[in-house]
Design a protein around this ligand. Structure first.
Ligand code: SF4
Length: 417
């Protein structure tokens, strides 16, 4: 069994990986197995006091032969090192699962010896877990770029989700900060897995990556603007059928280089990128509408408000007749609310009171809509912006609650804009 010291090293080394928030995988336990994979998400389940529960997030090894400048586990760093065997990880998972400590596993590894050697150990771990230990819970496996293609595809048949980290937003930055990595080595397995995933879906094969694949990129370690990051994100969704692109704001872990910023980037930039990502995935925006390549997202208002302020010529829209795709572009009207409006206006004309009852965020929406021809917002652009900034600040003061309605929750997380 893994001793406490190695367990501490291997779990601490994994903490910078953020690409593991939701399973999207739904599988009941089998007669001989142990565990369910739940659709509602495994790794980031938050308790009322904000604790994150449920996922064992661990590296198989933090002994790395690579030297990525931004990484605490890089070869040239003097940090405590440890490895675990596949069977040690399996026994740990089973013992934690049986004690109800976890509901799933997020398994990654530094590059020990070579990509093939590392991937072989990771594959052995997940095969053992499924076949020998009968573990039927959620598994998210980090794929190793550059490893043998057949091994990677085989792993896809045993785990719920796989991810290959894109790491940095451009090839130039990758060369500078992670010289042993290349864009091609990362995108090739991503593309292979996407093709397998699409084929498996067409054949109704539920065993191959039922929760799809994701990726993660570090934001702020390199000079790319948000506009370039959003464009890359859009391209990744389109080309590789990714479920999510995760952003990880840069935190300095190595001080012995002048190629990296010395201060952390902060969570606001990451938060804005997630909001922009939400616009791409659910609100019908394209990357070029949100931002040009050399721009950064406005920090004072969310990206949908920023877009609306730049396009005041498209507002106000009449809520009783606007097409749904325009309603969702109104600040303060989210996806769910727009659907409610479309359903309700079939039966009667809506007034401002109806909108309040439907939980439209009126302090935002009022400047962009008319209701039965009436406008109650501010006519001047600067006043509208000032009020939106105020509204934003008051929203951010709300404590995230586990028991909020889905619409309210997403507004705090960054989804409902
Ligand atoms: S490959 Fe790079 S990012 Fe991954 S553990 Fe090694 S040094 Fe860190």
């Amino acid at each position: 069994m893994l001793d406490e010291q190695r367990l501490k090293i291997l779990t601490e080394s994994a903490k910078y990986d953020v690409s593991c928030s939701s399973s999207g995988s739904d599988r009941r336990n089998t007669a001989k197995g142990t565990g369910n994979a739940a659709m509602c998400g495994i790794c980031h389940s938050f308790t009322q006091d904000g604790r994150c529960v449920s996922l064992l997030k661990i590296l198989l090894s933090n002994r790395c032969v690579y030297d990525c400048l931004y990484c605490v586990n890089r070869r040239s760093n003097d940090v405590p090192r440890a490895s675990a065997s596949p069977d040690e990880i399996c026994r740990l998972v089973m013992s934690f699962y049986r004690r109800n400590y976890i509901e799933g596993l997020f398994l990654s590894s530094a590059i020990e010896k070579s990509p093939d050697h590392t991937m072989e150990l990771l594959l052995e771990t997940v095969v053992r877990l499924r076949k020998l230990y009968g573990f039927n819970g959620y598994i998210h496996l980090k794929g190793i770029p550059g490893a043998d293609e057949l091994m990677l595809k085989r792993a896809g048949g045993y785990v719920d989700r796989m991810s290959f980290n894109i790491e940095l937003p451009s090839e130039k930055s990758l060369k500078l900060l992670a010289p042993q990595k290349s864009k091609k080595a990362i995108l090739t397995p991503m593309s292979d897995m996407a093709a397998e995933y699409v084929a498996a879906k067409a054949e109704k094969n539920k065993l191959f990556l039922p929760a799809g694949q994701t990726t993660q990129m570090i934001v702020g370690a390199s000079p790319e603007h948000d506009g370039a990051i959003i464009r890359l994100t859009e391209g990744l969704y389109k080309k590789f059928a990714l479920k999510r692109v995760y952003f990880s704001s840069y935190v300095p872990t190595n001080t012995n280089t002048d190629l990296l910023p010395t201060a952390p980037v902060g969570l606001l930039r990451e938060h804005r990128l997630y909001q922009a990502d939400w616009l791409l995935r659910f609100y019908g925006f394209s990357a070029s509408e949100i931002l040009s390549e050399n721009e950064d997202l406005d920090v004072t208002v969310d990206p949908k408000c920023a877009w609306a302020l730049k396009h005041m010529e498209q507002f106000p829209v009449e809520v009783n007749s606007a097409p749904p795709e325009m309603l969702v572009r109104v600040p303060g009207i989210g996806f769910i609310t727009a659907n409610k409006i479309v359903r309700a206006r079939k039966f009667s004309r809506l007034d401002f009171n109806d909108l309040y009852k439907m939980r439209v965020v009126m302090k935002r929406a009022v400047h962009f809509i008319t209701c039965n021809g009436k406008f109650s917002g501010q006519p001047h652009l600067q006043s509208v912006k000032n009020l939106l900034v105020l509204a934003e600040n008051s929203t951010n003061a709300v404590q995230l609650s586990m028991f909020s309605s889905p619409e309210i929750s997403t507004s705090v997380i960054g989804g409902q804009l």
